[in-house]
Design a protein around this ligand. Structure first.
Ligand SMILES: *[C@@H]1O[C@H](CO)[C@@H](O)[C@H](O)[C@H]1NC(C)=O
Ligand SMILES: *[C@@H]1O[C@H](CO)[C@@H](O)[C@H](O)[C@H]1NC(C)=O
Ligand SMILES: *[C@@H]1O[C@H](CO)[C@@H](O)[C@H](O)[C@H]1NC(C)=O
Ligand SMILES: *[C@@H]1O[C@H](CO)[C@@H](O)[C@H](O)[C@H]1NC(C)=O
Ligand SMILES: *[C@@H]1O[C@H](CO)[C@@H](O)[C@H](O)[C@H]1NC(C)=O
Ligand SMILES: *[C@@H]1O[C@H](CO)[C@@H](O)[C@H](O)[C@H]1NC(C)=O
Ligand SMILES: *[C@@H]1O[C@H](CO)[C@@H](O)[C@H](O)[C@H]1NC(C)=O
Length: 467
């Protein structure tokens, strides 16, 4: 199926007017640009033969300042070793346990007691992943998965842990048969009611969608349609870029497009926006003879660029205000997906990976309203920026391009940033009575002069000549 790429079917050319001032960021698409911590976590497998001692695992995590881990199961020795480290831990219910947990609420309660309550609060378990791509391997067992999730949630409530722990289920990109272009992606309808029930659960419990997304897989299957730079978060060749023809969003990386495909698929269900966390992504550093793009250099590039991408603090084009928090698959090699490990069992790195400082460094160049700042203070900051501060606030006046959403937070973000861009060389700060904050989010949208769209069987690529 995916190997039957047909090449160019036809060619469209469109023009697009250059109407944005490229020097200053535009907030047209940035409805909720607010500050939060971006993080990169790492996946730890559950094959005992692949893992060094729990103590070595934890000391490696600490020495690389890794703040988030996902365990595929809930190994008691590892959970104990993770106690009092401050590391946030996502644990997993194995696929083979899902049916038993769905069968009775008391099985769910005993699972929570044994694998969660016994380790809280010393071990900071903050999420439970129910199954691992369970629907891909059990396509007809959606209702069982939903029951298991609900049983576990009720057990958490009974243990009074529901406010400290999120429950969700990692789903693969298989759920979305045609992810490109993102704006037209939808879930495979054969899982309609299961997806509906899962999203409803995630919304009702304020949890998040767990997505496993491997640009490597799509890059390999696309047989050269996508340039490798696109999969590796590298600038695209020449001045070509990939644009969704419906939204005109530029996709600078395939991972961004995959996450957006999932946001659009979720949006078709009319729930409020459910944040996505990438629970697995990675790149193999060795492969079969026919897999020449699985090598040390590409794996190193993918993972280091992934880290940089996530720590910019911006989300994908359709949800720029939601961080692209991601877990790297994986800490040590396992058989499930061979040669994705970033450490050898003896603790040495397979290749140089800058995981250090895996909390975002937001000393960046954009000044926006701080999340949670009270609206009276924001209004005061906004008035100051547009008045004495001499920011150009024309674009946020009624009827102007950045007026919507008409919230004090949006307007303050615009005005603060305009002021900051004009004045910081002259000593202007991003303070605004404590309501401003610096971020690396680059919200500027490139202005297009001319776009050529190549429409293919499954993907629409747009090669853009920028101004
Ligand atoms: C556990 O993680 C949560 C979420 O980041 C944090 O709020 C909490 O303080 C952490 N608890 C401990 C004991 O470190
Ligand atoms: C649960 O997920 C929500 C949505 O992403 C997030 O805001 C919240 O902090 C998470 N809770 C914990 C304990 O991590
Ligand atoms: C949707 O899922 C079903 C069940 O797994 C599968 O048979 C079908 O081929 C999928 N449809 C598409 C378009 O991938
Ligand atoms: C998908 O499921 C929802 C909820 O069960 C239902 O309302 C909707 O009609 C279904 N859509 C399709 C296309 O089957
Ligand atoms: C490489 O060859 C194996 C069989 O020898 C096949 O299963 C696999 O899909 C191939 N990989 C690629 C990337 O073509
Ligand atoms: C760790 O193991 C790898 C792979 O087996 C090996 O190449 C490397 O030299 C080892 N490092 C040390 C410090 O022993
Ligand atoms: C953040 O990045 C800046 C510039 O890249 C650097 O000077 C600063 O030390 C970094 N801050 C932290 C806390 O790492």
């Amino acid at each position: 199926m995916l190997t039957l790429w047909s090449l160019l079917l036809f060619l469209v050319e469109i023009g697009y007017v250059c109407n944005l001032n490229a020097k200053f960021p535009s907030y047209i698409y940035f409805n909720s640009l607010v500050f939060a911590d971006a993080f990169i976590g790492i996946d730890i497998g559950n094959d005992p033969s692949s893992l060094p001692s729990p103590e070595l695992v934890v000391s490696l995590l600490k020495s690389h300042q890794i703040t988030h881990v996902r365990l595929f199961d809930s190994d008691a020795r590892l959970l104990s070793a993770l106690s009092n480290t401050g590391i946030e831990v996502m644990i997993g219910v194995a696929n083979k346990e899902v049916l038993r947990i769905a069968k009775s609420p008391s099985n769910a309660a005993s699972w929570i007691n044994t694998h969660v309550s016994a380790f809280k609060p010393a071990t900071n378990i903050t999420a439970i992943a129910v199954g691992s791509e369970f629907l891909s391997s059990n396509p007809n067992a959606g209702p069982v998965l939903v029951i298991a999730i609900n049983n576990l949630y009720k057990a958490l409530v009974a243990s009074n842990l529901n406010n400290q722990i999120n429950i969700s289920t990692p789903l693969s990109m298989d759920m979305i048969p045609t992810p490109f272009p993102p704006s037209t992606a939808t879930f495979n309808l054969s899982w309609n009611s299961t997806i509906h029930d899962i999203l409803e659960f995630l919304q009702n419990t304020n949890s998040f969608y767990m997505l496993n997304a491997y640009p490597y897989d799509y890059f390999v299957r696309s047989n050269g349609i996508f340039p490798i730079q696109y999969a590796l978060f590298q600038p695209l060749p020449e001045v070509n870029q990939i644009v969704d023809p419906n939204t005109l969003f530029h996709y600078e990386s395939m991972l961004d497009a995959m996450v957006d495909a999932t946001y659009y698929s979720i949006a078709a269900y009319k729930f409020s926006v459910i944040p996505i966390i990438v629970t697995e992504t990675g790149w193999p550093w060795s492969g079969r003879a026919n897999e020449s793009d699985a090598n040390m250099a590409t794996a190193e590039t993918f993972n280091n660029n992934l880290i940089k991408r996530v720590l910019t603090g911006s989300g994908p084009p359709s949800q720029p205000g939601i961080l692209l928090n991601s877990y790297i698959y994986e800490m040590f090699n396992e058989d499930k997906r061979p040669n994705y490990g970033v450490f050898f069992k003896n603790g040495s790195s397979v290749y140089a990976l800058d995981l250090g400082n895996s909390k975002g460094n937001f000393s960046g160049g954009f000044c926006v309203a701080r999340k949670g700042a009270d609206s009276a203070s924001l209004q005061a900051g906004l008035n100051w920026a547009c008045g004495q501060g001499q920011a150009n606030c024309k674009a946020i006046q009624s009827g102007q391009p950045c007026y919507l959403p008409n919230t004090v937070e949006n307007h303050a973000s615009y005005a603060y940033n305009d002021y900051y861009q004009r004045k910081h060389d002259l000593g202007g700060t991003c303070d605004f009575g404590g309501t401003g904050i610096l971020t690396n989010v680059d919200p500027s949208t490139c202005s297009l002069l001319f776009t050529r769209i190549f429409i293919m069987k499954w993907a629409i690529l747009v090669w853009v000549e920028t101004c």
